[in-house]
Design a protein around this ligand. Structure first.
Ligand code: HEC
Ligand code: HEC
Length: 351
C-alpha cells in the first residue's frame, strides 16, 4: 500500500509529461504543415505565384536582356473587363447570331482558330491567318499590316467586316440595349446607354487582361532553374543568329514593321494575293510591299499554322524559313530544334 501510495503521484507526473510532449509534437507538426501548405500554394505556377516571384526577384532581374518580362496590368477596370469578356463571347454581335470574337480567337486554344484562314458569318472565308489575342495589348499596332492603332480601334474591324461578323453598329447597339442584364451593366459602368465607343472600350479592356506570363519570364526575373540548359542554348542561338533583331521587347515582337523576305524573295513563284502586300495596303508606298508587323512570339507553340498566309504548318518549318528568308542562314536542324525548345518556354502558364 505505501508503495502504491508513493508511486501514484509519479505516474500522474509521467502522464502529464507525456501529454505535454504529445501536445508539443502536435504543435510542431501543425506548424510544419501550415508552412508547407503556404509554400506549395505559392508555387503552383499560377498568376499569384508569378506576382509573388516578381516582387521577390526584381533585385535579380536581367536588365540587359532584349526581351522584357510581362508586367501584370494594374489599374484595369474590373467591371469593364467582366463585361468585355461577355461581349467577346456573344454571338449576337454578329449579323445572324452565329459568330463571336471567340469563334476565331478561341481562348482555350491559344487565342486562335488553327485554320489557314478564318471563317465568318455564312462560312465567308477571310484572306489572312488569325493572330492570337493574347498579349495583343503589347503590340504597337494591331493587325498584320498595323492598320489599327489601338485595341479599341481594332475591335470595330471584325464587327463590321463582311467576312467576319458582318454586323452593323445599329444592330449591335439595339441587341445589347434589349438585353436587360447587359443594359444594366452599361448603365452601372457609364451611367448611360450602350454606344459603339463603349462597346469597343470594354472589349479592349478585357483584351488588356489577356496576358500570359511564362517560364521564360521567371528566368528573366532571375530564377535560374526556370529553363533547362537546352532551352537556354536555344535562346542564345535566337540572339546570336539575329532573330532578336526583329523579335524583341515584351511580346518578343509586335513593336516594328519588317519585310517578309529580307534576304530572299519569299513570294517568288507564288501567286501574290492582296493580303501578301501587307503594309502596302495601308500606305500605298512601294517599299511597304510584303512588310508586316513582326508578330509577337509568346504562346507561339500553341498557334499553328504560321505566317500571315499560314504557309508553315509547324514551328520547325517556321523557324527554318525565318532563318533562310530573314537572315540568309540555312540553320542545321539541331539548331532549329533548340530554338523551338526556347520558343516553347514562351507558352503562358495561365492558358
Ligand atoms: C471570322 C474570324 C474572326 C472574328 C469573328 C474576329 N477576329 Fe480578330 N482577327 C481575325 C483575323 C483573320 C485577324 C487578322 C486580320 C488582319 O490582320 O488583317 C484578326 C486580328 C485581330 C486582332 C489583332 C491581333 C494582332 O496581333 O494584330 C485582335 C486584337 C482581334 N482580332 C480581336 C478580335 C475581337 C475583339 C473580335 C470581336 C469583336 C474579333 N477579333 C473577331 C479573325 C477574327
Ligand atoms: C528581319 C526581321 C525578322 C527576323 C530577323 C526574324 N523574323 Fe520572324 N518574323 C518576321 C516577320 C515580318 C514575320 C511575319 C511574316 C509573315 O507572316 O508575313 C515573322 C514571323 C515569325 C514567326 C511566325 C509567327 C506567327 O505568328 O505566325 C516565327 C515563329 C518567327 N518569325 C520566328 C523567328 C525566328 C526563330 C527567327 C530567327 C531564326 C526570326 N523569326 C527572325 C520578322 C523577322
Amino acid at each position: 500500500m505505501p508503495l502504491r501510495h508513493i508511486h501514484r503521484p509519479d505516474r500522474a507526473a509521467a502522464w502529464k509529461k507525456a501529454l505535454l510532449y504529445g501536445l508539443a509534437a502536435l504543435t510542431v507538426f501543425a506548424a510544419c504543415f501550415i508552412v508547407y501548405f503556404f509554400y506549395s500554394w505559392g508555387t503552383d505556377g499560377d498568376l499569384k505565384e508569378f506576382v509573388d516571384n516578381s516582387a521577390q526577384l526584381t533585385s535579380l532581374a536581367r536588365p540587359d536582356e532584349p526581351i522584357l518580362p510581362i508586367a501584370i496590368p494594374t489599374g484595369l477596370d474590373t467591371q469593364k473587363v467582366a463585361l468585355g469578356q461577355i461581349l467577346f463571347r456573344d454571338t449576337r454581335l454578329s449579323r445572324n447570331n452565329t459568330v463571336s470574337c471567340a469563334t476565331c480567337h478561341d481562348l482555350a486554344r491559344g487565342g486562335v482558330d488553327h485554320l489557314p484562314r478564318s471563317f465568318g458569318v455564312d462560312g465567308a472565308e477571310g484572306d489572312i491567318n488569325t493572330p492570337t489575342v493574347y498579349n495583343s495589348s503589347f503590340n504597337f499596332r494591331q493587325f498584320w499590316d498595323g492598320r489599327a492603332a489601338s485595341l479599341e480601334e481594332q475591335a470595330e474591324g471584325p464587327i463590321l467586316n463582311p467576312v467576319e461578323m458582318a454586323s452593323s453598329w445599329e444592330h449591335v447597339v439595339s441587341v445589347l440595349e434589349e438585353d436587360p442584364q447587359i443594359r444594366a451593366r452599361f448603365r452601372a459602368i457609364y451611367g448611360g446607354a450602350v454606344t459603339p465607343v463603349r462597346v469597343m472600350e470594354v472589349i479592349a479592356e478585357f483584351e488588356r487582361s489577356l496576358v500570359t506570363p511564362s517560364r521564360f519570364d521567371r528566368w528573366l526575373k532571375g530564377d535560374e532553374r526556370a529553363l533547362s540548359d537546352k532551352e537556354l542554348e536555344g535562346y542564345r542561338l535566337f540572339k546570336r543568329h539575329g532573330c532578336i533583331a526583329c523579335h524583341q521587347g515584351v511580346n518578343v515582337g509586335g513593336n516594328i514593321f519588317q519585310k517578309f523576305g529580307v534576304m530572299l524573295d519569299y513570294f517568288a513563284g507564288k501567286t501574290v494575293t492582296r493580303a501578301d502586300l501587307g503594309r502596302f495596303n495601308v500606305t500605298g508606298r512601294e517599299e511597304d510591299k510584303y512588310v508586316f508587323k513582326v508578330p509577337g512570339l509568346r504562346n507561339i507553340a500553341l498557334t499553328a499554322p504560321y505566317f500571315h498566309d499560314a504557309s508553315a504548318q509547324n514551328l520547325h518549318e517556321a523557324v527554318a524559313i525565318m532563318g533562310r528568308y530573314q537572315l540568309g542562314l540555312d540553320l542545321p536542324s539541331e539548331e532549329v530544334q533548340l530554338i523551338v525548345l526556347f520558343l516553347t518556354t514562351l507558352t503562358g502558364e495561365q492558358l
